[in-house]
Write a protein that binds this ligand. Structure first.
Ligand code: SF4
Ligand code: SF4
Length: 137
């Protein structure tokens, strides 16, 4: 059995879908909601602790992703080294969720962590290795 704390980010069209029902019924996951900010028709955020087999947790998170629900496990995040970044924009071209984008006025890179899907595509795309994944317990 594995326990994982994760933040789930719901787009407006998904906040009224029965995601937690599927966690139990389809993936046999026991969950504990640690924090909830969900309103119908608006972007929502659920902080949960999931308990289940490693395979079932992985499949449940894939299920979430396939329904447009982003997630961020507590043991991993994407970090950008602002000192190394030269705001070239290369990472924005591969970012599937719009978490990385250029500020239209300053042309500086913006990172909206709440939209990050942790796909790590930006790490490979950065020519100066200014993006990395940070693992923590
Ligand atoms: S990990 Fe993926 S979703 Fe997150 S910022 Fe990088 S490319 Fe975008
Ligand atoms: S690809 Fe690297 S250097 Fe270019 S904007 Fe993204 S983080 Fe900055």
């Amino acid at each position: 059995m594995k326990k994982l704390k994760v933040i789930l980010y719901f787009p407006p069209e998904s906040t009224d879908k029965p995601f937690t029902y599927h966690l139990v019924k389809d993936f046999d996951i026991v969950f504990n909601i640690l924090q909830a900010e969900v309103q119908p028709g608006k972007r929502g955020r659920l902080t949960m602790e999931l308990q289940g087999s490693e395979k079932n947790i992985e499949e449940a998170l894939e299920f979430a992703k396939s329904h447009g629900i982003g997630y961020r496990p507590f043991n991993k995040n994407i970090v950008r080294n602002q000192g190394e970044c030269m705001d070239c924009g290369a990472c924005t071209a591969v970012c599937p969720s719009g978490a990385l984008y250029m500020d239209k006025k300053s042309w500086e890179l913006i990172f909206d962590e709440s939209k990050c899907l942790l796909c790590e595509l930006c790490i490979k795309a950065c020519p100066v290795k200014a993006i990395d994944v940070n693992m923590f317990v």
